[in-house]
Design a binder for this molecule. Structure first.
Ligand SMILES: [Zn+2]
Ligand SMILES: [Zn+2]
Length: 174
């Protein structure tokens, strides 16, 4: 498979997955972009345009850009908006990973989460299953979206005051 690297694993992995899962099956090309103003709330206006929303909580890690403290979080909120544009024979996915602040140095800066490639693939497959179901009417009991990870290694409490998604009232369901 040709892999034109974008430099961003989310975009690269999504491109590969959508080729196999969406483009081949439905002849429509989907693209993923980041948008840091998304919330889990979809205004009526957007719904009318065909946008749908899904949340994929995950675990991942952060590195503080000030003190280099590294921490894992079992509860990183990622919001996706997606829509099929039937007339244009393509689809769009927008994503926003929510950030967290370092509690070691109180820098007050939100840091971006990092995920390993297996996790990214798992999260994106969950989104693609949603797209197939909600945009193409695919009902396949064998292909239910992967459950959000319940990894027992991370038992630290979640610091709401340092979590961007908690601050916006989005994280509570994770
Ligand atoms: Zn720090
Ligand atoms: Zn939170």
């Amino acid at each position: 498979m040709s892999r034109a690297e974008s430099g961003n694993p989310w975009i690269d992995i999504f491109r590969e997955l959508q080729e196999e899962e969406l483009e081949e099956g439905y002849g429509e090309t989907w693209a993923l972009h980041f948008n840091y103003s998304l919330t889990n709330d979809l205004p009526q206006e957007k719904r009318k345009q065909g946008w749908k929303v899904t949340e994929r909580p995950s675990n991942g890690s952060f590195t503080c850009s000030s003190c280099h403290h590294l921490w894992n979080s079992a509860r990183i909120c990622i919001v996706f908006h997606y829509r099929r544009r039937e007339n244009a024979q393509r689809g769009q996915v927008l994503m926003r990973p929510f950030r967290q602040q370092c509690r070691q140095c109180n820098s007050g800066k939100y840091e971006h989460p990092k995920f390993n490639e297996d996790r990214i693939e798992e999260i994106l497959m969950g989104v693609i299953v949603k797209i197939k179901k909600n945009c193409y009417g695919v009902v396949d009991p064998d292909e239910s979206p992967p459950k959000s990870p319940s990894d027992q290694r991370w038992t630290k409490p979640h610091h709401k005051e340092l979590c961007e998604a908690c601050q916006q009232g989005i994280c509570t369901k994770a």
